[in-house]
Design a protein around this ligand. Sequence first.
Ligand code: ZN
Length: 294
Amino acid sequence: MKQFIVFMKFAGKILSRCRVNLMQVIGWAIALVLLIAWLPIGVLPLVHSTPLKQQPAEHTESTSSLPVSQPHPLPQSLVHWQDTDQQGDYFDQIQPTPLGYLVWSQFPIRVYVEPPIAVSGMGGDRSPIWFDAVIQAVQEWHDYLPLVLVNTPEAADITVLRQLPRLRRQGTTFRAQSAETRYELYLKPQRDRAMLLAQRFTIVLRSSQSAEHLKAAARHELGHTLGIWGHSPVETDALYFSQIRQPVPISARDINTLKRIYEQPTRIGWTVERVGSAHPSTYSKSMAQAAASP
Ligand SMILES: [Zn+2]
């Protein structure tokens, strides 16, 4: 902008001295402004798409540094959780992302569940059964972490969609899955030029299952979105790696595992200073991973 003002003053002088064609000068001014304006747009996405990748230690002081990894305060619901029978956990099966554990630090966590088709129960439509099953699973987890339903996917941290998950390759064949959960890390603008390293999830859950198995699948996938990014080797846990004939509720071991995850340090949920004046969208979508269920 400064160059533009200087240029316009300069152009004004030329105009007054030489009586150059006014339209010609305006044309050159527009061309110069476009050139100045274009340069940052072309360069910034390259510069600002890097912050979500892990930086070597010597680069942590640069403009693309990430938040420091540290634990968040334990949510009150988990502070009060006591497993009197001490049934253990499967924390050793949980994978942190390269940026740390997928814990939530802002509550309530906002969940969008795709609504049923308006005319329900017609032509074998299973969408109301699917919807009820997912809502019940949301309510079950709400006992352990605060969740709230929202009306649009744009307002949600977790989006649950009634869709067929992608086919999974097994050797030379492809196998159908009951559900799939994906996460994405992005930088969310905050006040005072700060950016929060945040996560959002999408669950894709097919409706062609019994109500009981739908609820079990929703319970399992929601467990992933709340931070349990891994599977239990024990059949009586909701996060058991395979679907079973008689689904089980959320177990004490599931919550013991959840509590240990929320005690871990992570970069996720902490803020970093915003870099330059780039539009926040240039920071988004740098990491995605999916967990599939059979
Ligand atoms: Zn799973």
